[in-house]
Design a binder for this molecule. Structure first.
Ligand code: NAD
Ligand code: UFG
Length: 336
């Protein structure tokens, strides 16, 4: 299939391009490079043996999108492009609504004009808010606690309404839990700009000597060791979840919603200790106050995705931290 991959030079998009290429699909990458580096395309080529077509531009640019759909025979769109920093979204909500919500509406309108009717959207476990219980099933109530999460929820709702009005469309909402890890080659991985917001990139930068120590945000949660518990999923497993959705859902009209997680929860300190074992060095840390908006526990019930997509995450925690460390130690300053 010819698959338009928005945000395809980003962290999850680049790993998905590799899996698409190895499965015989043709990804076409659209990205404005606001949070990625075009060197990623070289790395994809090194790993997969083929360089995807790269079209630099913004999903909010109507003429740009129309010209892509007019000149390429696109079968399906995987839509990763978006901004994802929770703290920034609180300070700059309009930036997030413009990019994530308006950008998606612009993309769907262009698809509609071009009669491309299959879309896979990057949603997030953040749409479950603070869940009443874990593991989290797809039919749990949704809510948002910050503008980033609200932008994901708004897009989910817009897409549902649109699909209902256009019943021949297939729209798949994939709710990611916590993507971590890197390609096993060590050539691709997560390369956050500035101070990392997320746990594993921060730990990796401490391990490689770029940062002095990790701050652990709270050790008084109601969890086995008091630190926050999350469902960390290897980015290549996550990428494979998109391929499964592409294979199984593209020709099934409807709005399809799946959790992409492992079903396993790990605490912050478990992650730190696993990383220490992989990197064979200690990770200094100090306990800090809880981070505003954080929840104690969040992990998926992955059963529905497995039943419907025939997909489940197979890479274990050790692989996640080893692959992260290979990437970080080979590329201490990321793509540069
Ligand atoms: P990323 O920042 O690495 O990738 C997103 C890409 O989109 C970047 O390359 C960026 O340059 C591009 N982009 C942003 N706005 C654009 C625009 N207007 N036009 C064109 N390109 C644009 O992030 P990621 O971790 O790969 O996340 C991909 C998607 O998954 C995002 O939508 C994110 O919200 C969602 N998601 C991520 C996580 C996570 O923890 N990484 C968790 C849940 C959901
Ligand atoms: N943490 C620390 N120190 C850090 C960073 C994180 O102790 O420097 C802790 C957090 O308190 C939390 C855990 O590590 O307990 C994981 O935090 P992350 O920031 O890595 O991930 P979150 O679960 O907070 O959020 C992530 C994405 C969201 C997304 C959500 C669900 O950042 O955008 O996963 O997919 F919505």
């Amino acid at each position: 299939m010819n698959v338009l991959v928005t945000g395809g030079s980003g962290y999850i998009g680049s790993h998905t391009c590799i899996q698409l290429l190895s499965a015989g699909h043709t990804p076409i990458v659209v990205d404005n490079l606001c949070n990625s580096n075009s060197l990623v395309l070289n790395r994809i080529e090194q790993v997969a043996g083929t360089r995807p077509l790269f079209l630099k531009g913004d999903i909010r640019d109507r003429a740009f999108l129309d010209s892509i759909f007019a000149t390429h025979d696109i079968d399906s769109v995987i839509h990763f492009a978006g901004l994802k920093a929770v703290g920034e979204s609180v300070a700059l909500p309009l930036k997030y609504y413009d990019n994530n919500v308006s950008g998606t509406l612009n993309l769907v309108s262009a698809m509609d004009r071009a009669e491309v009717k299959s879309l896979i959207f990057s949603s997030s476990a953040t749409v479950y808010g603070d869940p009443a219980s874990v593991p989290i099933r797809e039919d749990f109530p949704t809510s948002a606690t910050n503008p980033y999460g609200r932008s994901k929820l708004m897009v989910e709702e817009c897409l549902r309404d649109f699909q209902q009005a256009n019943p021949d469309w297939s729209i798949t909402l994939l709710r990611y839990f916590n993507p971590v890890g890197a390609h096993e080659s060590g050539l691709l991985g997560e390369d956050p700009q500035g101070t990392p917001n997320n746990l594993l990139p921060f730990v990796a930068q401490v391990a490689v000597g770029r940062r002095e120590k990790l701050g652990v945000f709270g050790n008084d949660y109601n969890t086995p060791d008091g630190t926050g518990v999350r469902d960390y999923i290897h980015v290549v497993d996550l990428a494979d979840g998109h391929l499964a959705a592409l294979d199984k859902m593209t020709h099934q009209p409807g709005t399809h919603i799946f959790n992409l997680g492992t079903g396993q929860g790990n605490s912050v300190l478990e992650m730190v200790h696993a990383f220490e074992a992989a990197a064979k060095r200690s990770i200094p840390y100090e306990i800090k106050p809880r981070r505003a908006g954080d929840i104690a526990e969040c992990y998926a019930d992955p059963a529905y995705a497995e039943a419907q997509l025939g997909w489940k995450a197979i890479r274990d925690l050790q692989t996640m931290v080893e692959d992260t460390w290979r990437w970080q130690s080979k590329n201490p300053h990321g793509y540069c």
